[in-house]
Design a protein around this ligand. Structure first.
Ligand code: SF4
Length: 712
């Protein structure tokens, strides 16, 4: 009875990109006391994964940072200070660096975890107010590939699907994706499919999703590009392509078809390690099922040739006409709750709203909406995450502001980060906790509010804008990231540039204008309240789409009365000639191949639906800690375990040329002989990974490197 809510309110979850709606229970003072799920929201229909159920717990963790902390040079310790002191230190140190080394000697690394309005304000403040040029976000580590692949192929970063496609496909092909663990509510939507679909998983490892699939295709690590080209060639040979769609809506298919001729059945089988029968079966599925959808996540995105691999998936959808219809699509599933917001408003690779920094007319247009001098907008896109870290290493960048990400743990070349940090003259970390590996290295820590302690919008994988609300007071002096950016702007002396950004909702109105006439337009949304009562709204949503939605509480849990906003149903893409492009390149070998010293291949991935990223939030929950393994484990095939005389649960050492990690052996045939698997959440895993990057997206290649396993 004590916990009986005085009221409830609905808001989207702040962990993954699924964007489930949670029903937060409030006390008489409007403070969150509990949560359940929202049965009326089309995305999750009353379901949530363990992280969602535990979403409030990290807010009350004892190690929340409650005041700014400044490193005392005398003691070497981070010590509490008030906000004026913290802001003065921020400005003095960062302006000092710019005076000594130039405007572009400052940079930030941010996150796909903060709301869209905060991302946009940060990007605008840093570039137009503080003079930075090179900034990036941890979305580089997860979604940069999809962003670039869609932009090049479709003319805009536009994932075409809705979640209804999970239920409407005759065949779902997951490539480098493990939704059972990484996107469990999306997997539940697959389970709602009544079409008796083929469910194919293309993955070297027999993942939880592969075990549940109708066909697992265990290709050799990083042979995905060859496989996709081989399948495309077999489909052409079989005549199983949609020539009328290709002729009407695409360009450069003839060049692609000619390029594919060398990807014969023999070559594809040899280079992927797959039997010809498996390849034929895959081709049969694609050729004979009416509605085929292709889904990818990090197994594709985190590769050394990831953009072309994503585009090979897009090419398959285009050549078979599997796009723009229910149950089809070349569909990238995003990772973080607001990676999609970052892709539109991160102000790193693209200018706010998906514009191009290099085009003067785009800079003028954005400047006119913001009411600023166009000369304040840099004329080139930012360097990428790895290039920013290289810049620090080489001395061109001397000051770094890290917001809600944990570079010291998650960076692919983790071992180099402490030395890189030493080259920084000033490191600011803005976070909910001062206990992350990166925050512990900071000169200044700014205490930030978390999800549930602030207002704003997150955009999920199907392009749906959802609302988060302030239902809990941030502890001590912690402030929303939005409020911190406003304070920094005023302290820096550029607050007048952001006078119109008076609140998150006022910022939303500015972003709406930036979206006008872009493919991502959402000018038909009047307010936060409009999104709230609509059950989220997918872009595009223009003025003419703004019919009155069915109030969410009048819906049933099984009906989805809001319009499904699948893209490209008219076959018109966002390129200048409105045609999608076939883009392709020769496959390249894995950057680090196994050899006599390091004879095995390390695979990495998400280990549990109860863990998130580096664990900075999920580790705060007793429930989530109990649901996920507490110690690092390594999956080893029985044949390798026998050869190495390793027993189950024995502590072993995994070694690469970069470093080592100790892990408990889990002997299992989920991995193939010669391959091992480590879950990514543990802090020693990125001592091992190999820093290779896709040349188009600069996304790191976390998924495969050469290692050996030793008994200790
Ligand atoms: Fe939150 Fe994602 Fe879990 Fe849904 S699936 S509850 S959005 S973490």
């Amino acid at each position: 009875a004590r916990l009986k809510p005085a009221a409830t309110t609905d808001m989207v979850c702040g962990f993954c990109s699924t964007g489930c709606s949670l029903r937060v229970h409030l006390n008489e003072r409007g403070q969150a006391i509990n949560l359940t799920t929202n049965p009326h929201y089309s995305v999750n229909q009353g379901m949530a994964c363990p992280k969602g159920w535990e979403a409030l717990t990290p807010l009350s963790a004892p190690d929340r940072v409650t005041t700014p902390l400044l490193r005392n040079p005398a003691t070497g310790n981070l010590e509490p200070v008030d906000w004026p002191t913290a802001l003065a230190a921020f400005v003095k140190n960062f302006k000092g660096i710019q005076e000594r080394h130039g405007k572009t000697s400052l940079s930030f690394l941010s996150t796909g975890q903060i709301v869209m309005e905060e991302m946009a304000l940060l990007g605008a403040l840093a570039k137009f107010g503080m003079g930075m040029t090179d900034v990036d976000s941890n979305t580089r580590q997860c979604m940069a590939t999809s962003h670039v692949a869609y932009k090049q192929s479709f003319g805009f970063d536009a994932p075409p699907f809705t979640y209804k496609d999970f239920e409407e496909s005759d065949a779902l092909i997951f490539i480098g994706a493990n939704p059972c663990i990484a996107h469990p509510i999306m997997w539940q939507r697959v389970m709602m499919n009544k079409h008796n679909p083929d469910i194919v998983v293309i993955d070297p490892r027999r993942t939880e999703t592969a075990m549940a699939a109708t066909l697992h295709v265990p290709l050799l690590p990083k042979s995905d590009l060859v496989l996709l080209y081989g399948l495309a060639n077999l489909l052409i040979e079989r005549g199983a392509i949609k020539q009328d769609f290709i002729d009407a809506h695409t360009s450069s298919f003839a060049d692609f078809a000619s390029f594919l001729r060398e990807f014969t059945l023999d070559r594809t089988a040899r280079e992927t390690g797959l039997p010809a029968e498996t390849l034929h079966r895959l081709v049969d599925i694609i050729a004979t099922r009416e509605r085929v959808s292709l889904w990818w996540t990090m197994g594709v995105n985190q590769g050394h040739e990831s953009t072309r691999t994503a585009q090979a998936i897009i090419n398959l959808a285009l050549m078979t006409g599997n796009i723009g219809r229910p149950g089809t699509g070349a569909n990238s599933i995003t990772g973080q709750c607001n990676a999609m917001g970052s892709r539109l408003f991160g102000n790193a690779s693209s200018l706010l709203g998906g514009y191009d920094f290099a085009k003067a007319e785009h800079r003028s247009h954005v400047a006119s909406i913001l009411g600023i001098d166009p000369a304040l907008i840099p004329d080139r896109a930012s360097l990428a995450y790895d290039q920013i870290l290289d810049g620090i290493d080489k001395g061109s960048i001397r000051g770094l502001w890290v917001i809600a990400t944990n570079t010291a743990h998650s960076w692919i070349n983790q071992k180099t980060f402490p030395a890189i940090r030493e080259k920084l003259e000033f490191l600011v970390v803005q976070d909910m906790y001062a206990t992350t590996e990166t925050a512990r290295m900071a000169d200044l820590v700014l205490p930030a509010a978390g999800w549930g302690e602030k207002d704003g919008i997150l955009i999920n994988s199907e392009r749906r804008l959802g609302i988060v609300k302030k239902v809990s007071r941030a502890p001590g002096q912690a402030l929303s990231d939005f409020a911190i950016f406003k304070l920094v702007a005023d302290a820096w002396g550029c607050g007048h540039l952001f006078a119109k950004w008076s609140s998150p909702e006022a910022a939303f109105q500015i972003l709406k204008e930036l979206s006008r006439r872009q493919p991502c337009e959402f000018t038909g949304i009047s307010s936060y309240e409009h999104i709230d009562r609509s059950g989220g709204i997918q872009w595009p949503f223009t003025d003419k789409d703004a019919i009155a939605p069915t109030p969410i509480h009048e819906r049933t849990s099984t009906a989805h009365p809001e319009r499904e906003r699948r893209l490209f149903s008219d076959g018109q893409f966002f390129t200048p000639d409105r045609r999608a492009k076939f883009l392709f390149d020769q496959p390249r070998p894995m950057p680090e191949l196994p050899d006599a010293d390091y004879p095995m291949i390390l695979l990495t991935g998400r280990g549990s639906s109860a863990q998130w990223h580096t664990g900075s939030r999920t580790d705060k929950s007793d429930v989530l800690r109990k649901l996920a393994p507490r110690e690092l484990y390594v999956e080893i095939n029985p044949i390798d375990a026998d050869r190495l005389r390793i027993a189950n649960n024995e502590l072993v050492r995994v070694r690469s040329r970069r470093g080592e990690a100790d892990a408990l052996a889990l002997i299992t045939s989920t991995v193939q002989p010669g391959q091992i698997y480590l879950p990514m959440h543990f802090d020693t895993v990125n001592r091992l990974t190999f820093p290779a990057f896709d040349p188009h997206s600069r996304q790191p290649s976390y998924k495969a490197c050469a290692v050996r396993v030793e008994r200790i």
